[in-house]
Design a protein around this ligand. Structure first.
Ligand SMILES: Cc1cc2nc3c(=O)[nH]c(=O)nc-3n(C[C@H](O)[C@H](O)[C@H](O)COP(=O)(O)OP(=O)(O)OC[C@H]3O[C@@H](n4cnc5c(N)ncnc54)[C@H](O)[C@@H]3O)c2cc1C
Length: 817
């Protein structure tokens, strides 16, 4: 075994082997994979070998398509058969709600280049005769589904990697990982130590244990999973004989089942409700190529449905039941990328669909390691989407929920209950007492809307029980004043003598003067977005004239706190001249907005908050009632408004102060659904929806905040200039669409001139403007055409008109007045 390597990949399952292959293919050949046993000694060997392109996240779906297309290449390169059979498949719907969901999948598939088609239940039966069409209302045909030999694929990755110069060491168990003084890693094994610049945790079933070696508690849990294989079935033989082909795949969402042919019989797997975690605390090192005891009682309810939906199963015997463990992250997507605070330590774990996703994970990770960027939008798989709050118990609750809901519909207004409430702010119970219905962002309970007694969300793809109540919240803001809790924003404090120069390099905007705020895009080296913030520079002196040290606050997307901290810390100067802290819930917030907001503020502070003294985008410290706060004159509602930030111990006092002062103006509480309705009529985008790392600032309409000519050599300056010169490819646009009882939520297809040209990033009903609004990206060439757009919603194309200006306060009189 070599003593030094650029990269050590820990784990020879399908994921580790894919990472190794991708590194070697990209030219990093000083790489070695360490496997404690034979290759495939984790969950890989007993997988059912199914592969499919669809995924709830379109970007993950793209990487799944890449994975499936890769198999031919690794088979040719390695000379190792992968056993890939692309049979095609049907996705079945037993309810209309499921069919609505599938229609959304088809619409997404159009711009992802997936071959999906809505078909009737009878047509599905014709394609897959084991189906009882009476049990279903419709289906979708998918030409890219199929299956493969799990061991063959893994060996093919490994052999192809070896041919390219990579090494594989079997029976080499990593026992410890230690940081060396020179920043490299000592990877300690039972056969000696390898010094490595980079370490990849592809430990699969042992990913937690490998993480613990460097002090990480990864949010990963293994679950038992069962599938059965039937005796040979005459119906299968008949289909094979009459079509000359294998029986195609089927996913029966409502039965929570998947099926494919296995030799002369069928394989049926289930995601049962009464699921069972495996090795909840520690994975035993001596677990190898053994299977777990099947528990037929646990899957009996699913099998009962299966036997009804696929009647031929009633007449056949079960040859074998396989029960094996495999790992999940709380949301079921992989955990990929560099780990904050551990330079050179990378994750490629929590991959629950290794044969659909392994290739994409390997490609994204190798790009990231070699080029500093995954090259795709992989937010849905980024390990940084979790923070310390994703504890072992939280993970356990969420993984179990996710497993039991693997094939369940999640409606756009449906909040899942497991692992909650976990993080709450001091006003949580005050808001709950006033009817707040909560959702979750980054583990924190956030008010979505306020329901009268006895009313709650009715889950639907269409406008639902909250509609008229959200309309009232919106009206409270636009006609008087509203109050909302804004603690879910991420807040960072930047201090130190080097802060100003560092921010000037990190952010693409001009820095504000003391006492001012600005919108601040942050770019990557390639000039694309990696953040979109509000940057506040606190005044140089306090109200009494005493000087303040230079202090900057950055406000950004709450869900991206770990993601942005990782980026900030990767770019901090080593001399300690800059300090960045994520304030988390050490700083909480409330916001007031609407035409009467200033009058409310005037009543609760001695500070001069007149328009002249405290204009739009001003920021300063002031007492609100008795509580010290930082107040910024800005509001995502696009109205006259203020954001008030305080230490948590003051939040209740500030809440009561504002509510009492606002009573005479009819102050109303509003939640994030009303905020969505308000920001949509201003064409305001947000991080993770409109602003993502695949868009340039010009494409995203943030170019007006980019100081292309500022002296500082900010990160992404050349890339941004190149985008400006070329004009980029896409444009973010807002549309008003003809919609009757449903509004877009995101990921719908945008058509122009009878062709799919783009995708929706978000939308909803803008109650004040009384319009259904969608935001999304379209090619530059059609971006300014007023007519000809349609947006596909629940299987129907709706006329959409470009909405270039804001529907509300287009001349900024309210916001700046
Ligand atoms: C019953 C069942 C059916 C499934 N069906 C499908 C399916 O149809 N389609 C699909 O895509 N997926 C399926 N899966 C899931 C699939 O098996 C996993 O997604 C995949 O195997 C994950 O691969 P991995 O490489 O991440 O982990 P693993 O396969 O667990 O590999 C991890 C490897 O790392 C090694 N290792 C760990 N720690 C160390 C260490 N310290 N030192 C050295 N080596 C170490 C282990 O020995 C192991 O070989 C199924 C899983 C099960 C259990």
């Amino acid at each position: 075994m070599k003593s030094h390597a650029k990269v050590v990949v820990i784990g020879g399952g399908v994921v580790g082997c894919s990472v190794l292959f991708h590194l070697a293919r990209a030219g990093w050949t000083d790489v070695v994979l360490l496997e404690r046993d034979e290759l495939t000694s984790g969950s890989t060997w007993h997988a059912a070998g199914g592969m499919h392109t669809i995924n709830g996240d379109p970007n993950v779906a793209k990487l799944q398509k890449y994975t499936i297309e890769l198999y031919k290449e690794i088979e040719e390169l390695s000379g190792q058969a992968t056993g890939v059979h692309v049979t095609g498949g049907v996705l079945l719907a037993a309810t209309e709600a499921r069919m609505d969901w599938l229609r959304g999948v088809v619409a997404k598939g159009r711009y992802l280049g997936l071959d999906l088609e809505e078909i009737s239940a009878e047509e599905a039966h014709r394609l897959m005769p084991l189906i009882d069409p009476k049990q279903f209302v419709g289906a979708v045909r998918n030409s890219e589904d199929g299956h493969l030999d799990p061991s063959g694929v893994t060996q093919a990755y490994a052999k192809a990697a070896r041919k390219l110069g990579a090494e594989v060491e079997r029976f080499t168990r990593v026992e410890d990982i230690k940081r060396r003084p020179d920043g490299q890693w000592d990877v300690v094994t039972n056969k000696g130590t390898v010094v490595a610049e980079h370490v990849v945790n592809a430990g699969g079933l042992w990913a937690r244990e490998v993480g613990r070696m460097v002090g990480l508690e990864l949010p990963v849990l293994a679950m038992e999973h069962m599938y059965l294989i039937t005796e040979d079935m005459p119906e299968v033989a008949e289909i094979n004989a009459s079509t000359g082909k294998e029986v195609i795949h089927a996913v029966d969402f409502d039965g929570e089942l998947y099926l494919r042919q296995e030799r002369g019989g069928m394989l049926m797997g289930t995601y049962e409700k009464a699921n069972q975690p495996w090795s909840e605390q520690v994975t035993p090192w001596d677990f190898g190529h053994e299977l777990l005891e099947p528990d037929i009682d646990r899957i009996a309810p699913s099998l009962e449905v299966g036997f009804r939906h696929f009647p031929a199963f009633q007449k056949t015997g079960i040859k074998q039941i396989i029960n094996g463990p495999f790992t999940f992250a709380p949301d079921g997507n992989p955990l990929v990328g560099p780990v904050r605070g551990l330079p050179g330590f990378w994750c490629a774990c929590g991959v629950m669909a290794g044969f659909s996703q392994g290739g994409g994970v390997g490609l994204a990770l190798s790009n990231w390691m070699i080029h500093g960027d995954p090259g795709f939008d992989i937010w849905a798989m980024d390990v940084a989407r979790y923070g310390d709050w994703a504890s072992m118990a939280y993970t356990n609750a969420k993984v179990r929920e996710n497993y039991s809901r693997r094939f369940s519909i999640r409606f756009p207004n449906e909040e899942l209950p497991a692992g909650r409430p976990l993080k709450t702010t001091p006003v949580y119970d005050l808001l709950a007492a006033r009817g707040a219905q909560f959702g979750v962002a980054y583990g924190l309970e956030v008010p979505l809307w306020y329901a009268p007694a006895g009313v709650k969300d009715e889950f639907s793809w269409r406008r639902s029980s909250d509609f008229s109540h959200v309309a009232k919240e919106v009206a409270a803001v636009r006609n008087g004043v509203g109050l909302s809790e804004i603690s879910s924003f991420a807040k960072y404090r930047v201090t130190g003598e080097g802060a100003e120069a560092w921010l000037d390099r990190m952010l693409a905007c001009n820095l504000p003067k003391p006492g001012r705020m600005t919108l601040a895009p942050m770019l990557k080296e390639d000039g694309k977005l990696i953040g979109d913030f509000t940057l506040a520079r606190l005044p140089a002196a306090d109200a009494g004239g005493a000087p303040n040290p230079d202090e900057w606050l950055i406000f950004g997307s709450g869900i991206a706190e770990q993601y942005h901290m990782r980026w900030f810390e990767q770019h901090l100067p080593v001399d300690g001249s800059v300090r960045v802290e994520a304030l988390g819930l050490g700083r909480v917030g409330l916001s007031i907005a609407g035409p009467e907001a200033r009058k409310v503020l005037e009543k609760v502070t001695k500070a001069d908050v007149s328009n002249a003294a405290f204009p739009f985008m001003a920021v300063r410290k002031m007492d609100i009632g008795m509580a010290p706060c930082v107040v910024g004159r800005v509001s995502y509602t696009g109205d006259l408004g203020y954001e008030l930030w305080m230490a948590p111990e003051y939040q209740r006092a500030v809440f009561h102060t504002l509510m009492e002062a606002g009573a005479e103006f009819g102050i109303g509480l509003f939640g994030s659904r009303a905020l969505n309705a308000l920001r949509l009529e201003k064409n305001y985008g947000s991080w993770a929806r409109e602003y993502r790392p695949i868009y340039g600032p010009l494409e995203a309409g943030l170019d007006r905040f980019v100081a292309y000519n500022k002296t500082a050599d900010f990160i992404g300056k050349a890339g941004a200039a190149a985008e400006k010169a070329s004009g980029g490819k896409l444009r973010l646009r807002a549309f008003v669409m003809d919609a009757d009882d449903a509004d877009v939520i995101g990921d719908e297809a945008i058509w122009h001139g009878g062709k799919v040209v783009g995708w929706v990033t978000s939308g909803g009903y803008a109650h004040n403007a009384a319009r259904s609004v969608a935001m999304g990206y379209v090619p530059k060439a059609v971006a300014d055409k007023a007519d000809g757009f349609e947006i596909e919603l629940l299987g129907k194309r709706h006329r959409a008109r470009l909405q270039p200006g804001a529907l509300f306060d287009a001349d900024f009189k309210r916001m700046r007045g």
